[in-house]
Design a protein. Structure first.
Length: 190
C-alpha cells in the first residue's frame, strides 16, 4: 500500500491544506492519505488545543481516501515525524510512506528530530509556492508536486480572527464553512 502522511499543527486547517492533500493523493497515486494532527510540535506553539485542532481537521478533510488520525495526540508528547512514521509502520508494516509538506518546510528538514534517519527511510513530497520550485536539502529524496495551491496562511487566519474583523475578511475563502462554524461556536482565536 502507498500511504501519504500530511502532518502538521492545522491551527486551523484550511483550504490550502485540503488542496495539498487532494493533489498529493492524485499525483502520487496514493491508496490512502493520513492527516496526522500534531499533539505539540516541538518547533511551534499552538493557539488551539489539540482536541480542537483534531476536530477541525475532521471537518476539513472529508474525502473518502483521506483519514484524519489522532496517532500523534495519543502519545501526549512533543510530535516528531520519526515517531509518527514509526507508529504508522507498525500499523501498516508492508506499506510505502511519503511525507507531504509545503516547500517552505523543506529548508528546515535537516533540523528535524533524527533528520538523518528520516532522510534514509522516508520519501518526501512538496508543493512549491506559485512561481517557485522545490529545493530539496542534500540527502533528502523529495518529489515535487505540481499543485496550484491557494495562498492561505494559518497565521493570517488567526490574526484575522483575533482582530475581530471577521465580516470584512477572506475567512469564507480560506476555511471550510464547517471549520469556520466550529471556530465561532468554540470561540477559538479570540
Amino acid at each position: 500500500m502507498r500511504i501519504g502522511v500530511l502532518g502538521g499543527s492545522f491551527d486551523p486547517p484550511h483550504l490550502a491544506h485540503q488542496a495539498l492533500a487532494e493533489c498529493a493523493v492524485q499525483q502520487l497515486e496514493l491508496d490512502k492519505l493520513i492527516v496526522a494532527v500534531a499533539f505539540r510540535q516541538w518547533q511551534k506553539q499552538h493557539d488551539a488545543a489539540a482536541s480542537d485542532r483534531l476536530a477541525m481537521a475532521r471537518l476539513q478533510f472529508t474525502s473518502a481516501n483521506i483519514e484524519v488520525s489522532d496517532i500523534d495526540l495519543r502519545r501526549e508528547t512533543p510530535t516528531f515525524t520519526i515517531d509518527t512514521i514509526s507508529d504508522l509502520k507498525s500499523i501498516y508494516p508492508d506499506s510505502e510512506f511519503i511525507f507531504i509538506t509545503g516547500a517552505d518546510a523543506l529548508a528546515g528538514l535537516p533540523s528535524w528530530h533524527r533528520a538523518a534517519e528520516l532522510a534514509e527511510t522516508l520519501k518526501f513530497a512538496a508543493a512549491p509556492r506559485a512561481g517557485e520550485s522545490v529545493k530539496a536539502p542534500e540527502g533528502f529524496d523529495v518529489i515535487e508536486l505540481a499543485c496550484e495551491l491557494p495562498e492561505i496562511s494559518s497565521t493570517e487566519i488567526r490574526q484575522t480572527l483575533e482582530s475581530g474583523d471577521v465580516k470584512n475578511s477572506n475567512l469564507k475563502n480560506w476555511l471550510a464553512p464547517e471549520v469556520l462554524s466550529y471556530i465561532e461556536n468554540h470561540r477559538l482565536y479570540q
